[in-house]
Design a protein around this ligand. Structure first.
Ligand code: GAL
Length: 412
């Protein structure tokens, strides 16, 4: 290991020439693009060149398809937005650079929460650097609509349905959401957390316990999930997540259940989060923190200049200055320990406080919808079952629970 760290020191001491990196990502909505701009400007301010390889499509499905084709053509980018199980699978195939020598040499492990190191490590090797911690189980609501209708923000799913019925009776769309499977999976995940609870969620999606997947709690969760179909927008088909956020901002809908990349979109719309749009834990999930850790991985390269550039980029991402500037815009919280939260909005401060509490109480949960909890093919099987179920008015919750269990078992 001594030799390795020597080579790292040698690399790091090379004369600083303009590094150039190509980065593949899917951060293309208003708020996401603003966040990429923060990263790009910090990188170019150091005299480096940024080659942007952006692939449209919230949630990253298209981006992963393009990345596969590029890697198979032996033409991967220097860096890519890779996270959760996708990251582990790419690492397992040997495509990614082990960043452990840098991490050890630069003391990164002491600067990141345990969850971050665990999520980014494969067989003890650090396979990516984190950009930020998103919380998935949020309810966003249009405070103006709630005040006009004299409504109280719902803290459980019974209250959510009662509020939704009141809104619907006044021709106000209760829930801003599109029919993309990943968006529906986020909604389902929050229902599973709020109606089933932490242990149910863990047994179902982390342990994939058949009895839990087919049991009465799952049937109850699926029944509640199906009930929410009545509250989606008129133009639900094809509505992208950021368009749902725009609908929420403009008063075209009263609520959205989605991760806090929504906040980045609100800032892009020049709303100050926590004023017109309020953030609160999704119904029944207060105290729980479903995390989606964004990260950037480096694809193996031979050229020393590209190795140097990757090292420079990884070091930039791990600076408190970058983590603050990027996460304030992205809607997530820094992925480093003891961040200075004084410049963050109230929703981010709420998220950070809840993160610390959840970390202490064992209430940090990897997001199934965001690819943190199951292998990629199992996640896709879950999304397919949930999407078909939610969009079929005659679907049967009991049968769907059996189908879900079978689909997950068949992808093991
Ligand atoms: C997630 C990604 C987030 C956010 C969201 C919407 O998968 O981790 O950073 O951008 O997609 O595109």
């Amino acid at each position: 290991m001594k030799w390795l760290s020597f080579s790292v020191i040698a690399l790091l001491s090379l004369p600083v020439s303009a590094s150039q990196v190509e980065v593949l990502h899917w951060w293309t909505s208003g708020g996401e693009a603003n966040a990429v701009e923060v990263l790009k400007s910090e990188w170019t301010e150091q005299g480096n060149q940024w080659n942007d390889f952006a692939v449209q499509g919230g949630g990253g499905k298209s981006a992963m398809t393009v990345l596969k084709s590029r890697a198979l053509a032996a033409n991967p980018p220097e860096a890519a937005h890779l996270k959760g199980y996708e990251l582990r699978e790419w690492a397992g195939l040997g495509f990614l650079r082990d960043l452990s020598p840098m991490a050890e040499h630069l003391g990164w492990y002491t600067k990141m929460p345990a969850m971050v190191r665990e999520t980014l490590s494969q067989n003890g090797a650090l396979m990516a650097v984190p950009t930020g911690i998103h919380r998935v189980n949020w309810l966003w609501l249009n405070r103006k609509l709630f005040d006009e209708q004299g409504l109280t923000p719902p803290t459980d799913w019974n209250q959510f349905v009662a509020v939704a019925e009141r809104l619907k009776a006044h021709n106000i769309t209760p829930l801003a959401i599109g029919n993309e499977p990943w968006q529906l999976a986020v909604l389902f995940e929050t229902v599973a957390l709020g109606e089933g609870g932490k242990e149910f969620y863990r047994k179902a999606f982390l342990e994939q316990d058949s009895a839990t997947l087919t049991g009465p709690d799952m049937v109850r969760v699926l029944t509640r999930f199906q009930q929410l179909r009545a509250y989606v927008p008129q133009k639900y088909a094809g509505l992208k997540w950021h368009q749902a956020t725009n609908l929420l901002e403009s008063g075209g809908a009263a609520m959205q259940v989605m991760g806090d990349w929504v906040k980045g979109e609100l800032s892009a719309g020049n709303y100050r989060p926590g004023e017109v749009i309020a953030c609160l834990p999704s119904p029944g999930s207060a105290g729980l923190f479903s995390y989606n850790l964004d990260s950037i991985a480096m694809f193996k390269q031979r050229d020393p200049a590209q190795l140097q550039a990757q090292g420079d980029l990884a070091q930039l991402l791990m600076t408190p200055k970058f983590q603050e500037a990027f996460n304030r815009v992205k809607g997530s919280i820094p992925a480093l320990t003891n961040p200075d939260m004084s410049k963050f909005d109230r929703c981010a401060v709420h998220s950070y406080q809840d993160f610390l509490l959840a970390e202490k109480q064992g209430n940090l949960l990897p997001s199934m919808a965001e690819g943190m909890a199951t292998p990629t093919n199992m996640r896709q099987a879950i999304l397919d079952v949930l999407s078909n179920f939610f969009n079929d008015p005659n679907a049967n919750p009991e049968q769907t629970a059996l189908r879900l269990e079978r689909a997950m078992r068949s992808t093991r």
